[in-house]
Design a protein around this ligand. Structure first.
Ligand SMILES: NC(=O)c1ccc[n+]([C@@H]2O[C@H](COP(=O)([O-])OP(=O)(O)OC[C@H]3O[C@@H](n4cnc5c(N)ncnc54)[C@H](OP(=O)(O)O)[C@@H]3O)[C@@H](O)[C@H]2O)c1
Length: 319
């Protein structure tokens, strides 16, 4: 019999990308039969307005501790599909979430927290520092999951976030709209495949509509593929003015990356990811958009991504 996800549980659904995923699933048409969110007591007490709004739209909220087995086992009762969007700091806890899913009688499908860089893109990927915990989760899945199906939704960088330069490491790339300054790597001609944050939600919803095509896969999905110079041209068009451009060789970014890791600077992860993206770590001969039935006209275009940035960017999004 064909599996159709009906009773869905989300971890990390109030987080940075989790909010886009939860909002997209809540408003998906036709609606999913049951949508529940597992969240910490801290979040339940601090994000009350958001949770109350979502509850009014049909979301069930379960308050618990993801490190507590009985809380998780109880939340899995009757659930057939689990979506994890937990943050980088708690990726390793997913091993327990997966073990408990396998032991549950009901969970049949699990989407681990990925929604980012392809951690198995090329021969260098296994050694990239930011990939280590996600690689560990994939290894656990390969070696231990027999019953539960898994899908990784690999979105590449979030366009909305990539536009914001990293303070103190601006050279690694980005666009400062307030001072009309662009930071590009090398000549700004390297292509990068992006997802807007709203499209991440759209892609996760579309994944749930295509279980058979998605089981056991790392789906590579993208809103659009553009060069920094194309992004710059769009900013210049929308602001009606020329921007100042700062060009930095990729080797200088590599040197900055090494220095940040050596100093224990928490911004090192961001620099490594930008270096990976600039090296072509988001490019494929073909992505998996079509597997999910999504065409370019279903997805956000570059123009909208830049327009949103000029209107204040992703931090002003509401759900
Ligand atoms: N492609 C990109 O450009 C990009 C950018 C950012 C993130 N990502 C990826 O997206 C995924 C989610 O990241 P995010 O930044 O959205 O996550 P986040 O906002 O940092 O955290 C998401 C949720 O995880 C739980 N959580 C976080 N830290 C915790 C802790 N120390 N203890 C217990 N629970 C904790 C919280 O959920 P509750 O309090 O509700 O339980 C939180 O709301 C990750 O896999 C990340 O690598 C990709």
């Amino acid at each position: 019999m064909t599996f159709t996800p009906a009773k869905i549980l989300i971890f990390g659904g109030t987080g940075t990308i989790g909010q886009y995923i939860t909002a997209s699933l809540l408003r998906a048409k036709p609606a999913f039969q049951q949508l529940a969110l597992f969240t910490s007591a801290n979040t339940a007490n601090t994000k009350t307005a958001l949770l109350d709004k979502w509850k009014a739209e049909g979301l069930s909220v379960i308050v618990g501790d993801i490190t507590n087995e009985s809380d998780v086992a109880a939340a899995y009762n009757g659930v057939d599909t689990v979506i994890s969007a937990v943050g980088r700091g708690v990726l390793q806890h997913q091993i327990d979430l997966l073990r408990l899913a396998e032991a549950s009688g009901s969970v049949q499908w699990f989407l681990p927290s990925e929604y980012g860089t392809d951690i198995e893109h090329n021969a260098k990927s296994p050694n990239e520092k930011p990939h280590q915990l996600k690689l560990k989760v994939r290894k656990f899945i390969r070696e231990n999951l027999k019953r539960v199906q898994v899908t990784y939704v690999v979105t590449g960088p979030y366009f909305d976030m990539w536009l914001d330069p990293i303070p103190g490491a601006e050279a690694a790339g980005g666009f400062a709209a307030d001072r009309k300054e662009a930071y590009v790597i090398d000549e700004g001609e390297g292509k990068v495949g992006f997802c807007t944050m709203w499209d991440v939600g759209k892609f996760v919803a579309a994944t749930l509509r295509h279980p058979e095509q998605s089981f056991g896969k790392a789906l590579k999905v993208q809103s659009f593929i553009v060069t920094p110079n194309q992004v710059l041209a769009e900013y210049e068009k929308q602001t009606g003015s020329r921007w100042r451009v700062v060009k930095t060789p990729l080797d200088d970014i590599r040197a900055l990356e090494a220095k940040f890791w050596e100093e224990g600077n928490p911004k090192a992860t961001g620099i490594t990811l930008r270096r990976i993206w600039a090296e072509g770590g988001t490019l494929y001969s073909k992505n998996d958009n079509e597997v999910l039935g999504l065409k370019p006209e279903d997805l956000d275009p570059l123009e909208l991504g830049v327009k949103r940035s000029l209107n204040g960017g992703w931090k002003r999004d509401t759900f």
